[in-house]
Structure formats: structure tokens, C-alpha cells
Design a protein around this ligand. Structure first.
Ligand SMILES: Cc1cc2nc3c(=O)[nH]c(=O)nc-3n(C[C@H](O)[C@H](O)[C@H](O)COP(=O)(O)O)c2cc1C
Length: 413
């Protein structure tokens, strides 16, 4: 397979993101890797001429295109944006139908927005989008996070037929003729899926905000209506399809009753083992997609996506099979990571009296992951030394190299 990487860091090869590309090359030595430093060598790629013509041929020859970039100010670096804009204007047809994925590095501050920008770009170019990976500098040096990256690569590059054993599939649907064909489409793939109607579950009330659940993660309404039965159905299945009406900007209030009442688990994940897919009556709004993504990141579950069309549902089914086969998880972004840090700090500092059950859970499961003292000591020494001009000068000169030095061990250097 010929892979073309359109690399968006202005630092070229001396870049954290680039180290991920090197690792991919190491993982897949049989593939042919062609890397265009389109942001680093922005001028020669942005203008017409031999370089640009050469790139056109490289795009045509590629079987797979990877967009790799750091996050800069909520988006991608300006040099990369300029390149993307020129591509959309001048070469929109070159990319049509090509398999593609995104690789971002950042400290996860608005990486969801940068990912969205690139997703919309590849959609405009009519590419075959296979997903994104968002890493923090240093993640590649952590064995667990590196293994997540490897699973993600298997997910995006998989060519062999997927070997998936049938899992327990649940479809929770609202009533309405417009949704029938969508449920049929899922059933055509999962003949044994259990289909239930949301309306058959009597949910007496939404959350009333009494916070009585804060002590033991138990709702005072538990057992007084059918909410817990619906939760149990979800927990009994691995794969869950939510088939929703969305004639307003968001899902119907009926669903909101259900989601609000899951608040009895406060700020801990309830559906972490599930794979969720969302099928909507009409095209999902950005708001709806963002809320569902945030919900799934909060829940630590796998989300295959949101879709309303037949092709979209087909894509969700394929994604579900890949997640089951490769055991990877979608990248966590700003939505989940920032949320978790807010809850971590709030429960620790102010709310642990109300949310005692959360506090005990956070303690037991390592949610209190405050920055460690060891790195603070090391940084304090550097900050002290930076007062001295000669040290400062040498330090500043070597800063780009320092940022990637630790990766050398990965490549036996
Ligand atoms: C100008 C600038 C803006 C940045 N903006 C963001 C940002 O909005 N969100 C974030 O999480 N990280 C941000 N970062 C951090 C980079 O995304 C991060 O260090 C990245 O790993 C650098 O990748 P590279 O070495 O491949 O260029 C910014 C860095 C710079 C220099």
C-alpha cells in the first residue's frame, strides 16, 4: 500500500507529530511511505510549479492519505490551512474516494475542533474517512498509549476481512414510520438484535436535582418506574443502537428524560464497556453530534458515530465491526479530558461532601491524577537555570530537539 502523508507541522521532521509518522513506518515497513512536508516547505507547495505538479502526481499515486498536524490555536497551523485551502480550491477532484485518516498532536486543548475542521475538509474532498487519532506529546513513550495507537493503526489500515463473532446487539428506538427503515437496515445486518421501544419504558420524571444519589450512587426513584430496566438492558448488551427522532436541533425530550436520570451515577462512567451508535431520523446537527460525542467521552464508551442515511448506517456497522475486531477505542479529546479534570478538581476541592460516592470511586480508580511532584521538581530546576543568560541561550536553541529527544529510544537511536 502506498501511503502519502501530508504533514502539517511547520517544524517539518523536528516535530512531535512527525515522530508518530516514524513510528507508523516502523510498524508497517512493508508499506511505501511518501511524506510531504507541506507546512514546513509551505512556499514551494503553495505556489504552482514543479513541486506542486510533483505533489499532484504523488496524490494520484497514493492508496491512502494521512493528514498529520499539531493543533495550533484551536485549529491547524496557518501554513497547513493555507495548503488545505489551495487544495480545496484547485484540486478538489484529486482526492475523491481515497481512504484517509487524521493524526493530531496537542495537549488536547480544543483538539476536537481541529479534528472537526479536518474531518469537514476530507468530507468536502469526498474522501473515504477512516477516523482520527489525537495524541499528547509523550503518549508514544507510554506502553499502554502506544498500544492504543497500534490498535488504531490496525483499525484504519485493515484490509483483510474482519473476523468478528456475533455480539449481543440492542436497538432502542422511538416509534414512528420514518424510523422503521433504519431499524430494518440494522436488523438486516444483525438479525438477532433485540429491538425495544423507548416509549414502552415508563420514565416518570427527569432528574429533579435532589442529589440524594451523591452518597451511594442510588436514585430515590429507582424501582418506582422503568428507568433502571432500560439501563439494565443496555448493560446486558455490548452493542447498542439508539434510533432517534431529531426534528428539533437535538434528540427528543423523551431521550433527555432517560439521559438525565442516568445522573444517579454522578460523574463516573456507567456504560464504559458498550459500543454506542446513533441513528437519527434527519441529518444530525453539529450540536447533536457534539452532545453525543461529549456524552460518550464522559461515559468512556466507544462511539461509532451518528448517521441518518443508508450509507451512513452502513458506515456505523463497519466501524462497529472494526472496533470489535481490533479492540481499540476512539481518541479522547478536549471534550472528555477537560470534563474529567473539571470534575476531578471540583469533587476534590468543593463537592466531595455532596458527592461522597464519586470521591471514593475517584480515589480507588486513579481519577485524582494531579500533576506529580517529580516532574515539578525537575521543572523548578530548569526554571531556576533559565535565569542565567548563557544557559537560556543554549536552551532556547535546542528546544525543538529537546521536545523530540525522548523519542530516540523508540527508534534505537
Ligand atoms: C502557536 C502554537 C499554538 C498552539 N495551540 C495549541 C492549542 O490550541 N491546543 C493545544 O492543545 N495545543 C496547542 N499547541 C501545542 C502543540 O499542538 C503541541 O505541542 C504539538 O504536539 C506540537 O506538534 P509538532 O511538534 O508536531 O509541531 C500550540 C503550540 C504552538 C506553538
Amino acid at each position: 500500500m502506498k501511503i502519502l502523508v501530508l504533514h502539517g507541522s511547520p517544524k517539518g521532521q523536528t516535530s512531535v507529530t512527525y515522530q508518530h509518522i516514524r513510528y507508523m513506518q516502523k510498524m508497517y515497513p512493508g508499506y511505501s511511505w511518501d511524506i510531504a512536508l507541506v507546512a514546513h516547505e509551505q512556499n514551494s507547495y503553495a505556489q504552482g510549479g514543479a513541486r506542486r505538479e510533483g505533489l499532484r502526481q504523488r496524490i494520484q499515486a497514493a492508496d491512502f492519505i494521512l493528514w498529520s498536524s499539531p493543533v495550533y490555536f484551536f485549529l491547524v497551523p496557518a501554513q497547513y490551512q493555507l495548503f488545505i485551502e489551495s487544495m480545496i480550491e484547485e484540486e478538489p477532484e484529486l482526492f475523491r474516494g481515497k481512504p484517509t485518516s487524521l493524526l493530531l498532536t496537542s495537549i488536547h486543548f480544543f483538539d476536537d475542533v481541529a479534528a472537526k475542521y479536518l474531518q469537514q475538509t476530507v468530507q468536502r474532498l469526498n474522501m473515504d474517512y477512516r477516523g482520527f487519532f489525537s495524541a499528547r506529546p509523550g503518549d508514544l513513550l507510554n506502553a499502554i498509549k502506544r498500544s492504543n495507537f497500534e490498535k488504531h493503526l490496525a483499525h484504519i489500515f485493515s484490509q483483510a476481512p474482519l473476523n468478528v463473532t456475533e455480539s449481543k446487539v440492542l436497538v432502542i428506538r422511538e416509534q414512528g414510520e420514518t424510523l422503521d427503515c433504519k431499524v430494518e437496515k440494522i436488523k438486516a445486518h444483525h438479525a438477532n438484535a433485540k429491538v425495544i421501544n423507548l416509549e414502552d419504558y415508563h420514565i416518570k420524571t427527569g432528574c429533579v436535582g435532589c442529589i440524594q444519589c451523591g452518597q451511594k450512587h442510588q436514585c430515590p426513584f429507582q424501582g418506582k418506574d422503568d428507568h433502571h430496566l432500560l439501563v439494565q438492558e443496555i448493560l446486558n448488551h455490548t452493542v447498542v443502537y439508539f434510533v432517534m427522532k431529531n426534528s428539533h436541533e437535538i434528540f427528543s425530550a423523551q431521550w433527555k428524560f432517560f439521559f438525565d436520570r442516568t445522573y444517579y451515577k454522578n460523574h463516573i462512567p456507567l456504560f464504559a464497556k458498550q459500543i454506542f451508535s446513533f441513528v437519527t431520523e434527519n441529518d444530525p446537527s453539529d450540536l447533536l453530534t457534539r452532545v453525543l460525542q461529549a456524552y460518550c467521552e464522559f461515559e468512556h464508551c466507544v462511539m461509532t458515530g451518528v448517521a441518518s442515511s443508508n450509507e451512513g448506517i452502513e458506515r456505523l456497522l463497519q466501524e462497529e465491526a472494526k472496533y470489535l475486531c481490533h479492540g481499540d477505542r476512539p481518541s479522547e479529546t478536549f471534550l472528555g479530558i477537560a470534563g474529567r479534570k473539571i470534575f476531578r478538581d471540583e469533587i476534590w476541592a468543593h463537592l466531595r461532601v455532596f458527592y461522597r460516592a464519586d470521591h471514593l470511586y475517584f480515589k480507588k480508580h486513579g481519577f485524582y491524577d494531579f500533576p506529580r511532584y517529580r516532574t515539578r521538581m525537575r521543572d523548578a530546576i530548569s526554571v531556576f537555570l533559565l535565569r542565567f543568560p548563557s544557559f537560556r541561550k543554549r536552551y532556547q536553541k535546542s528546544i525543538k530537539q529537546r521536545m523530540i529527544r525522548a523519542y530516540q529510544a523508540l527508534f534505537g537511536e
